[in-house]
Design a protein around this ligand. Structure first.
Ligand code: TRP
Ligand code: ZN
Length: 896
């Protein structure tokens, strides 16, 4: 938790780094086609349907030593007046014909990224040949090379606009087609995979060194769901019989040395298939479901039809090499990609502005799946912590945008925590508002739109079909900013200890530049009344705040002795808002003790902490209350007990500060409070740790809870300066039954300057230097070392095994670095960080741009760092090459 292993902090499932990416957006009314950075901007309001459909597509992809060729046959049919337009980038066009007539120079136009034929026939069989060099493709988009030496493989990443780097095509999500793919390569790549079913394979005639495979996918899909793989992989196989009686072959492909780490993912896949049948009535629709593990990947994973491609970090898991947190997130990502088969693939997006239609819904679905596999309160705590640390930060700065933006320059910059996590919060509100009707609504959505490319409006209209309308929730999708809800209560006592309680709630959303004045939103506030004397829950109710301010009256409230009851609001975080309810410290201590909702219990502790760190309250009430709550939870729910001790991360605390932010002052306060707590409970650590002996490894919520708790307690004991804790740490490191225990001990020893610090780091290296994902942890622990200087972090970046081609390794270091504002926001810190962005700008713009987003709130820093940041960002601007980084930088520099 908190600062123990930021290595291991639950990361944004799909967006591996979860380092706030972006999106600008200003003046939706403006019609100029370029923004002030001089780059082409695309507007939602300009959407027009494609002039041609593609009835079917045949691809022939041949991989050679130093290049690849792609021959395609597109059977196209006119749907609307207009040119025949194909999109393509980074390749040579070697032949083009329509209906078997080669096109001559004047018969088509080839501009940047676009091939246009003006007078094409209504029925056009378009044949195209292209050539490109995937061996030189470092962007991890399109067809690219991953790994080196014996591990080399070639894979594709097409979402959102990578298919146009493979061949010319109407590469937009509203063009759906049936794909047949022939792959051909040397036999050193025995594994040739594409979407759908294998229909033929064999040796290439006249070349005994080469072979081919032909795959056919019966389902109609947009090009972003295309995938193919050329590799030498082992496979783990299993099967699943769907509720409809279909026998599905399940295959997970990985390097032979990793194949035994695929069992967790396989089980999670089967659990997901079952879960979707039970909870959404959705069964799988092909005979084969393949997953391929790749070590170089920009994100977590990709839901290509029947052929998911996964970052190794999101599919491989074994107790010895993978922490519990990571392993749990492997399961949730497997579920996420599987759930996309219905929410994303069968019902897809009309255009990329609708990205949250598939992502928000699918994240909500994977969060619900995960909540069925651990304490739901802990699941909610982790999801909300992440939302607050990243999405609230994004929404509080210049990158603020609504879940459905109305314009963009580079769509890759829109795979943001707002689209994913806030998008999921909106779906959660819809589900809670509809209650039992939600399931009928999603059934209608699937029945009505199966096989189509649709919009957020379509989604809301399907959900509203059963009676209760939720169409007014559209404003949540189109309005940026985190609403602030404030509230208070009053009580009139009548006869017999029965009274009338009034809760007043009001809302306000900041005006984001370039957007219309914010409207009041429908905000479901889950509330419960508690009797102050008995601590009993009196009544629960969902308060739907729809106006700027509203009174909610609880008539006839029966109390024990006539004392005003206390209302617990926003239970389970029922809406993604900043809640400012007027609670005293005593109120919060009461809720921490009596709330039956685990999330709100935790929230009460968080609110007490915020009063200390942001409003300079004294810590006494908090210390007493949190200790009591901890001790009462420790036996029954070890994981929740561990979370109760959370102190918000520096990054989350910073999102509440809008000017003159001094990271070192904030850190000092936070450290002081943590020390206070550690001292205050010193005896408890001793006792609890001794009751948590290392047991043989089990993957159950209870066992994971104990391990999480043991790590937190160890860190606290060392913080308290308990002498024996040094021995506990060393022993835990040596006797560890799994990576959670070993890494917990290692990072505690590193952060607390254990005498054996260097020895265990060396030992860890010795044990695991062949395991890339474990070495990521090794890098991460050191980059996150409390005692490391910026120079120490820079030295990690200089190492030969800091691999610039592997995003996992870069994130391991840069992510831990960025989680330490005192280091990041310094002259040297910024220089080091920005140098990484600049270097990646040339090789991997998607990643570079995402890393840059982390600096979006530079203008909130106190001088002299603020001026330093501005100057360095402006300097970067003069060097930048990619559209991705240009757009982000442009938006970021608009602030301040
Ligand atoms: N659709 C993927 C998911 O969330 C996200 C993704 C994977 C992605 N790879 C990408 C997005 C590359 C942009 C670029 O499940
Ligand atoms: Zn997704």
């Amino acid at each position: 938790m908190t600062d123990l292993t930021n290595t291991d902090a639950k990361d944004n499932a799909m967006i591996v780094d979860s380092m706030t990416p972006d999106a600008p957006d200003h003046n939706p009314e403006a019609t100029e086609a370029t923004d002030d950075a001089g780059i082409q901007k695309i507007y939602l309001k300009d959407y027009t349907p494609p002039s041609y459909s593609v009835e079917k597509v045949e691809l022939d992809i041949k991989l050679f030593e130093d290049h690849a060729t792609v021959d395609s046959v597109l059977t196209m049919k006119r749907q609307h007046p207009g040119d025949l337009v194909l999109l393509g980038q980074n390749m040579d066009l070697t032949a083009i014909s329509i209906n078997d007539k080669a096109l001559k120079d004047g018969e088509y136009q080839l501009d940047e990224g676009q091939l246009t034929v003006s007078d094409a026939p209504d029925d056009a069989v378009v044949k195209i040949s292209v050539r490109h060099e995937p061996q030189k493709n470092t962007e991890l988009e399109g067809l690219y090379i991953a790994g080196e030496g014996d591990d080399v493989m070639f894979v594709t990443q097409c979402e959102p606009e990578g298919f146009r780097k493979i061949t010319y095509y109407p590469d937009r999500p509203d063009v759906l087609s049936v794909f047949t793919t022939r792959l051909e390569a040397g036999k050193k790549f025995p594994t040739l995979l594409a979407n759908g079913d294998l229909i033929e394979s064999g040796e290439v005639e006249g070349d005994s060194n080469r072979h081919y495979a032909i795959w056919h996918d019966v389902s109609k899909k947009p090009s972003y769901l295309f995938a193919c793989v050329f590799a030498d992989l082992a496979v783990l196989e299993d099967s699943y019989t769907t509720i409809e009686g279909r026998d599905v072959k399940l295959q997970i492909y990985a390097k032979a040395y990793d194949i035994d780490k695929c069992h967790v993912a396989m089980q999670a896949l089967k659990d997901s298939m079952h879960w979707d049948e039970e909870n959404y009535g959705r069964a799988y629709d092909l005979d084969r479901y393949m997953i391929v593990a790749v070590s170089q990947f920009n994100m977590g994973a990709m839901e290509n039809k029947g052929l998911n491609i996964f970052n190794t970090s999101c599919v491989l898991s074994s107790p010895e090499t993978t922490t519990d947190a990571r392993s749990f997130s492997v399961k949730s990502i497997i579920a996420h990609e599987y759930f996309h088969n219905w929410t994303g693939n069968r019902v897809t997006c009309r255009d990329w502005f609708q990205l949250c239609l598939k992502e928000g819904l699918t994240v909500y679905r994977d969060q619900s799946f995960s909540a069925d596999h651990q304490s739901p309160a802990v699941q909610r705590i982790d999801d909300v912590s992440m939302l607050r640390a990243y999405q609230f930060t994004e929404d509080a700065g210049p990158l603020s945008h609504p879940p459905r933006p109305s314009s963009f320059v580079e769509i890759n910059n829109f795979y943001t925590t707002t689209v994913y996590e806030k998008g999921a919060e909106v779906v959660r509100m819809l589900a809670n508002t509809l209650g039992d009707e939600y399931r009928q609504g999603t059934d209608t959505y699937f029945d009505r739109y199966d096989g189509q490319a649709v919009t957020v409006e379509d989604w809301l209209s399907a959900l509203s079909a059963e009676g209760k309308s939720v169409e007014h929730f559209i404003d949540w999708y189109t309005q940026p900013g985190t609403p602030e809800v404030s509230g208070h209560q009053s009580f009139e006592l009548g006869k017999d200890n029965v009274g009338k309680l009034t809760v007043t709630l009001s809302q306000k959303t900041r005006q984001v530049e370039g957007y219309e004045a914010p409207k009041p939103l429908p905000i479901p506030v889950a509330a419960a009344l508690f009797d102050r004397t008995s601590g009993e829950l009196i009544e629960e109710r969902l308060l739907m705040l729809e106006q700027e301010s509203q009174d909610f009256v609880f008539d006839q409230v029966t109390t024990v002795v006539g004392i005003e009851p206390i209302v617990s609001v926003l239970r389970d975080f029922s809406a993604p808002v900043q809640m400012k309810y007027q609670y005293s410290e005593a109120d919060l201590a009461f809720l921490l003790a009596h709330e039956t909702n685990g999330f709100n219990q935790w929230q009460s502790a968080q609110a007490l902490v915020n009063k200390i760190l942001l409003q300079n309250n004294e810590p006494e009430v908090y210390l007493q209350a949190v200790k009591k709550a901890f001790l009462s939870l420790v036996q029954d729910d070890a994981m929740l007990a561990a979370r109760i001790l959370d102190i918000p991360a520096e990054r989350e605390l910073a999102s509440a500060v809008n000017s003159d932010y001094q990271p070192s002052v904030m850190k000092q306060k936070r450290d002081l409070l943590k020390n206070n707590l550690a001292q205050f409970m010193a005896e408890d650590w001793q006792q609890v740790y001794s009751q948590l002996p290392i047991e043989s490894y089990e993957d159950t919520p209870q066992a994971r809870g104990k391990r999480a708790l043991r790590n937190v307690v160890l860190d606290m004991a060392l913080t308290a300066g308990i002498e024996e804790a040094h021995d506990w740490a060393y022993e835990q490191y040596q006797k560890a039954s799994c990576m959670t225990e070993r890494l917990g001990a290692l990072s505690a020893m590193v952060n607390h300057e254990h005498p054996q610090k260097q020895a265990v780091l060396a030992d860890f290296y010795e044990r695991f230097n062949k395991e890339a994902l474990v070495m990521d942890l090794w890098f991460s622990v050191q980059a996150g070392d409390e005692n490391a200087s910026v120079a120490d972090i820079a030295a990690l970046i200089e190492r030969k095994d800091f691999d610039w081609g592997t995003p996992n390794r870069i994130r391991a270091v840069v992510g831990s670095f960025a989680a330490q504002p005192t280091k990041l926001w310094s002259k040297e810190g910024l220089e080091t960080y920005i140098a990484v962005v600049q270097k990646l700008d040339e090789t991997n713009p998607v990643l570079a741009s995402r890393l840059l987003q982390t600096l979006s709130r530079w203008y909130t820093l106190a001088e002299p760092v603020r001026a330093e940041a501005k100057q360095q960002l402006q300097q970067l601007r003069r060097q930048v090459k990619s559209k991705n980084v240009t757009e982000s930088l442009h938006t970021i520099l608009k602030a301040g």
